[in-house]
Design a protein around this ligand. Structure first.
Ligand code: UTP
Length: 475
């Protein structure tokens, strides 16, 4: 039996023979396309996933026994130890100066809620110059590289769907001034979508409905793509992980990196206090001596609303997908060794498909089950994981929805408020209302300043200080 026949026979034996239902109608190219999709699928893994997720509901299998709020390092503004934070800052500064840190963006998502028909990282985001998310990150990296005298590397996770467009966007913009040698794109893995009966869904006669395997897939993609080897060769010991849709954070944050180093941690996380019990972000918890994130949809209301004796929410520690992850930990988790395998989660989605004649069907309601891994599921495997408190206004303004909460308009406002805070703290005569809004739009390029400290230095170095008003851009 040749490889092709063996693959088809394996699918039939696994009860997935319908994948090749249109085989006789396909030309040679179409057959190759279908075989390529099919050969990506681990039938045994899929069968196990279907057994776990299609029989019982996900929440029924989730163990919430003994769940406690996770401890965290308190920010100095809320009574945290100032000296400790200073020590952490210096340690992080040293790691950065020695080139031990790289940036890591997960940009493989489909951005369905935003409904933007291109990779999300290409979305015009800065308020005046309309810089894309990718440009903002690139300039932050460039800025840090100049400050530390180190060519920081940048790993970017893409998907089969958006990799070519993402790379083309960087080419078109000449990599935003970064050296091509330090920008590494790598494509995440895929999983087939299945029906609630566990049958693989066809997207076309010659195509399986394959979907990205979630941001948790980034760790195995790092290993499989050779990104971990690149890190080893370049002496990079950790990555600062962030999502493509959140332009606010300083991902080369010395204090954050410093605490990771100080604790010899495998994986560290920034947290912000939740706004309200029903805020839709995951919560850092402790269970049986392990740190984990429980998704908002999985945290029972009784726990989410529980308060301490002062009336504060107990499960307060919101996860905002900012982590520092050590290289060798990525290698272990990405290698999927038994003790480190990330679980898959189930998501019910509308999956475009075909009917038995092969005509396209656009489902009106969810018809398929997707399997995704989440990066925070690596936390229970991490040695000495640390959670640190930071300020929401400096860390978290993701673009998820076209309007309202987590929209481009809200993000634009949050960027302006961040720059306004930096300016006021640097002594610029600016007024802002209670929410921090100055009443007009202006912009600071990351090449001018990417943090409070950088703003102080850059502003003080200006021989002529411009008036900051509607439309001002500091470059
Ligand atoms: P989200 O879960 O918010 O998904 O991803 P999304 O693709 O941005 O938006 P929706 O849910 O389809 O509207 C959070 C981050 O994880 C990345 C996304 O690119 C985003 O930065 N991600 C998500 C991946 O890299 N791969 C995935 O498979 C899923």
């Amino acid at each position: 039996m040749n490889n092709e026949s063996r693959l088809i026979a394996d699918f039939a034996a696994a009860g997935q023979g319908h994948v090749f239902a249109f085989w006789d109608q396909l030309d040679a190219n179409a057959r190759q396309r279908l075989l390529a999709d099919a050969s990506e699928i681990d039938l045994q893994e899929l069968e196990q996933l279907c057994a776990i997720h299609l029989d019982d509901s996900h929440s029924a299998t989730l163990d919430l026994q003994g769940l406690e709020p996770a401890p965290y390092i308190v920010h100095p503004d809320h009574g945290g130890d100032v000296e400790l934070w200073k020590r952490a800052y210096l340690l992080g500064d040293e790691a950065l100066r020695n080139g031990k840190v790289a940036a890591f963006t997960v940009a493989g998502g489909q951005g369905t809620r935003l409904g933007f028909d291109a990779p999300k990282g290409t979305y015009p985001t800065s308020p005046i110059l309309r810089k894309s998310l990718f440009q903002i990150f690139a300039e932050k990296i460039l800025s840090a590289s100049r400050r530390y005298g180190v060519p920081f590397h940048w790993f970017i996770l893409t998907s089969h769907v958006n990799n070519a467009d993402t790379v083309a966007f960087f080419e078109e913009h000449n990599f935003f001034g970064l050296s091509r040698d330090v920008v590494h794109f790598f494509v995440q893995g895929r999983m087939p979508a299945v029906t609630d009966q566990g049958k693989i869904i066809l997207a076309a006669k010659d195509e399986i409905a394959m979907t990205p395997d979630g941001h948790g897939g980034s760790l195995r993609a790092m290993l499989r793509s050779g990104a971990v080897d690149i890190m080893r060769k370049a002496g990079i010991e950790m990555v600062s992980y962030f999502q493509v849709d959140n332009p606010l954070p300083n991902f080369f944050d010395p204090a954050f990196i410093g605490f990771h180093v100080m604790h010899a941690s495998d994986m560290s996380s920034k947290m912000i206090p939740k706004r309200s019990p029903d805020e839709k972000i995951g919560v850092f918890c402790h269970q049986k001596g392990k740190l984990k994130v429980i998704e908002y949809s999985d945290l029972p209301e009784a726990l989410a609303t529980e308060t301490d004796e002062s009336g504060n929410i107990r499960f307060i520690s919101g996860s905002i997908a900012l982590h520092v992850v050590s290289r060798e930990f990525i290698a272990r988790v990405g290698g999927g060794e038994a003790d480190y395998a990330l679980p898959f989660h189930r998501a019910d989605k509308k999956v475009p498909t075909i009917d038995i004649q092969g005509n396209p069907v656009k489902p009106e309601k969810p018809n398929g089950v997707k399997f995704e891994m989440f990066v925070f599921d690596a936390l229970p495997y991490a040695k000495h994981p640390v959670v640190m408190e930071f300020h929401r206004k400096d860390e978290f303004s993701p673009i998820k929805n076209p309007e309202g909460l987590d929209s481009p308009a809200a993000c634009s406002r949050d960027q302006v408020c961040q720059w306004t805070r930096w300016a006021i703290a640097a002594g610029v005569p600016l007024q802002a209302d209670e929410a921090g809004w100055p009443g007009f739009t202006w912009e600071v390029s990351p090449l001018f300043a990417d943090s409070q400290a950088a703003f102080d230095a850059a502003w003080n170095a200006l021989s002529e200080k411009p008036e900051i008003k509607e439309g001002t851009v500091l470059r």
